[in-house]
Design a protein around this ligand. Structure first.
Ligand SMILES: Nc1nc2c(ncn2[C@@H]2O[C@H](COP(=O)(O)OP(=O)(O)OP(=O)(O)O)[C@@H](O)[C@H]2O)c(=O)[nH]1
Length: 312
């Protein structure tokens, strides 16, 4: 285990460190509460052994501050064992109240310290597995099951936040609505399974275009999402006006270049998309209005023959 040992006595810390190292643990020593907090912020520890009586910030205060730092990170919890010379009942209560997990007297035999450390490390391992599983669940909840793009719910949440920032900062905000052309015909003639595969290919292509625009610094922060059915959106926060047109053109070209056969898509013979590209500079009003205007442009692109974009 990687242990943070907080003790104001160098002599005691040296002895304890030597002991813990002889059991195979890695130990970092903090001479006071502030150093402990600094080390805690800089590195991850499996366990903290915390002295109570220390000049300046005592062990209880240090623990409270560490717990409040962990409060920003869901599921984070580093086990803390208080080590002190006076194992009174009051100390025990205060230790737990401060966010400690256990309490051990300095006079306890080594085997007791070892056993407590083992129990704490089990809890820490469990918590980190839970954190991992929780992160994966969160990610799954945000992804569209078919294409792997962000789903509508996750997109809405992100958009609300980005829109608010854009309005506050008076920054531009662009939105692209992308719709596969004559997709009902595609499903009807090639089957629903092939339709699903086509949507996946379109989604991957949109993601690639977004990645490229990110990498080129053309539109940092741009991302793609599945809006619903055969409709996708690209959100472009804070890109110079005009960038949305460039990206819309790149999308129309890139999808046609996939060369997915579609004999029932007018004369194109392959899958194409239409795009409505809307930019508001600076962003103002309601974000719903952006979606409505982008939709109107998309409709115009469809009306004007498909396989093309319309932008403001
Ligand atoms: N395979 C598959 N098809 C889907 C999915 N979601 C929506 N669709 C189909 O997408 C088709 C959309 O058809 P329409 O709204 O009529 O539009 P369109 O045929 O693309 O015509 P235009 O948009 O006017 O070019 C419908 O047939 C839906 O069943 C999906 O997840 N998988």
């Amino acid at each position: 285990m990687k242990i943070l040992l907080v003790d104001d006595s160098r002599a005691i810390a040296m002895v304890t460190t030597a002991r813990l190292e002889s059991f195979g643990h890695e130990v970092k020593h903090a001479i006071n509460g502030q150093t402990a907090i600094d080390l805690f912020q800089a590195e991850r520890f499996d366990l903290i052994l915390m002295d109570i009586e220390m000049p300046g910030m005592n062990g209880f205060e240090t623990t409270t501050r560490i717990r409040s730092l962990e409060g920003h990170e869901p599921w984070a919890w580093t086990p803390i064992i208080f080590v002190t010379a006076t194992d009174s009942d009051t100390n025990l209560v205060t230790a737990i109240e401060a966010g400690g997990d256990d309490f051990i007297s300095k006079s306890s035999p080594e085997s007791v310290l070892q056993a407590k450390m083992k129990a704490m490390s089990r809890i820490a391992a469990l918590r980190s597995r839970l954190a991992l599983a929780n992160g994966k669940l969160q990610d799954q909840a945000n992804r569209d099951g078919l294409t792997g793009l962000l789903n509508r719910r996750a997109m809405d949440m992100r958009v609300d936040h980005l829109w608010e920032m854009a309005v506050q900062q008076g920054a531009p905000f662009s939105l692209l609505m992308v719709d596969v052309d004559n997709f009902k015909n595609f499903n009807d003639h090639y089957g629903h399974q092939a339709g699903d595969e086509c949507l996946c290919a379109v989604a991957a292509c949109l993601e690639k275009v977004a990645e490229q625009a990110n990498q080129d610094q053309m539109a940092p922060g741009v991302f793609a999402a599945r809006y619903g059915g055969e409709e996708f959106s690209l959100i472009i926060p804070d890109a110079a006006p005009g960038v949305h047109v460039g990206i819309a053109m790149a999308i129309v070209e890139a999808i046609a270049a996939l060369n997915i056969r579609h004999d029932w898509n007018a004369d194109w013979g392959r899958v194409t998309v239409s795009v409505g590209a809307m930019c508001m500079a600076p962003a103002s009003g309601q974000v719903n209005q952006m979606f409505r205007l982008a939709d109107e442009l998309l409709y115009k692109a469809k009306e004007s023959g498909r396989n093309r974009h319309e932008a403001n």
